[in-house]
Design a protein around this ligand. Structure first.
Ligand code: ATP
Ligand code: MG
Length: 392
């Protein structure tokens, strides 16, 4: 029955001259999301509204699902189109619409008409009154409340006439592409996919880097990260995932540095390599899934140590989140079930029994000098053997 959707977006963020950039990015993302849906759509923008009109048969549930993954959308209103055949026809369509959509008609309502086409012969107040009257006559259970109605029947009169009354929530945020690009350090855990989702929600395009350590980490562990990237890409659009072979670097650190500092030093090399790729690919920041105190490498002292090796800002959107709060988001974005699959991760394999929680920077730097002989070459090789996977 529905043939079109009115897309609502938050207007506060887009006052002034940036408005068209916001709208164009939103339309671009809507088109991308709808590519995967069965059906043909026409997307248009008029007077501060975006319309998605179906031009063929289409799958309603798939369409709603796709639109609910487009950042920037706050509401999706399924609309029906009223053929321009006079007011009697409009009345008839409205009466049938209410019957189709509301099994229980015991509700308060008001009619809200927007007459954009000023050539339409009846003024909006008059449309409201007449349609209200016909509904009251047809459905005695309904009653008018103009202040806090349970249902608002919207009538949009433009070249075509549309009616709608329901708003399906969108994901909010800003359209991807309005906020630059950042490099996500994506592991197979629960946290980093959520971190990527959260930064992307602010309009940032995401690239990702995964450090794997074959044969200590398996092909399945890598596949799990690709799968997580694919789930996140439902929101972010295509993700360029860089897979870096970290084995030799890790073994070398293991050989040369105190074991309780292994995780910190390893994380410093991850950050350095991620930043190098980020700078080469035009990323404006790094993103991690760190949260204060979650593990030894995420105390405030440890964060100083991992932070000092990068110049780019490191965005840590989960920094103040408890694990349970992160899990809630990961379930919402459908990454949780994949994240908890039990494949080893390169951080856990070489992990010390008692990692330092308050690393001393001078000590860490000094121990890193144990690596002077070979580390530069190892990092270079890791960068040169970067495997790029485009995930969408
Ligand atoms: P996550 O659930 O995201 O794996 P975690 O709780 O396991 O996080 P750590 O292992 O300390 O925490 O990792 C902290 C952050 O470092 C991760 O959120 C991620 O951004 C990055 N990271 C850790 N391991 C890797 C890896 N193998 N490849 C890419 N990034 C990683
Ligand atoms: Mg992890």
């Amino acid at each position: 029955m529905f043939t079109a959707f009115l897309i609502k977006y938050a207007e506060i963020a887009i006052k002034g001259k940036n408005r068209h950039l916001f709208e164009d990015a939103l339309i671009h993302q809507i088109k991308y999301a709808l590519k995967k849906v069965d059906g043909k759509f026409f997307i248009s923008k008029t007077q501060g509204r975006i319309f998605v009109e179906a031009q063929s048969e289409f799958d309603y549930d798939e369409t709603i699902d796709a639109l609910q993954h487009v950042f920037g959308i706050v509401g999706i209103c399924p609309m029906i189109y009223v053929p321009e055949e006079g007011f009697e026809k409009l009345k008839e369509v409205v009466v049938k619409y209410i019957d189709d959509v509301y099994a229980d008609k015991n509700m308060s309502f008001k009619v809200h008409c927007r007459r954009i086409d000023k050539n339409y012969p009846i003024e909006s107040m008059e449309v409201n009154a007449r349609l209200g009257e016909v509904l009251l006559d047809t459905y005695p259970e309904m009653h008018v409340d103009v202040h806090e109605p349970e249902m608002v029947l919207n009538v949009e009169i433009r070249e075509k006439i549309y009616i709608y009354s329901t708003v399906i929530p969108g994901p909010g945020g800003m359209p991807v592409g309005t906020g630059g690009k950042a490099m996500l350090l994506l592991s197979g855990g629960i946290d980093s996919p959520v971190a990527g989702y959260m930064i992307s929600k602010r309009g940032v395009k995401i690239d990702a880097v995964y450090f794997h350590a074959p044969p200590y980490t398996s092909e399945r562990a890598k596949q799990k990260v690709v799968d997580l990237a694919r789930l996140v890409s439902k929101y972010t659009g295509p993700i360029y995932l860089h897979v870096i072979n970290f084995t030799d670097i890790q073994l070398y650190i293991h050989e040369k540095c105190p074991h309780e500092e292994l995780t910190i030093i390893m994380r410093r090399y991850m950050m350095r390599i991620a930043e190098t790729i980020a700078k080469q690919t035009g990323c404006l920041g790094l993103i991690t899934g760190e949260s204060i105190g979650q593990v030894a490498s995420q105390t405030m002292n440890s964060l100083i140590a991992t932070n000092e090796v990068c110049e780019l800002p490191v965005y840590r959107p989960l920094i103040g989140f408890d694990k349970e709060e992160i899990v809630v988001v990961s379930k919402k974005i459908n990454t949780f079930e994949t994240s908890i699959l039990p494949f080893e991760d390169c951080c856990t394999i070489f992990v010390a029994k008692h990692p330092v929680t308050k690393p001393n920077l001078n000590v860490i730097r000094k121990h890193e000098h144990n690596l002077d002989e070979k580390i530069e070459e190892l990092v270079q090789t890791a960068l040169e053997t970067d495997e790029l996977i485009i995930v969408e």
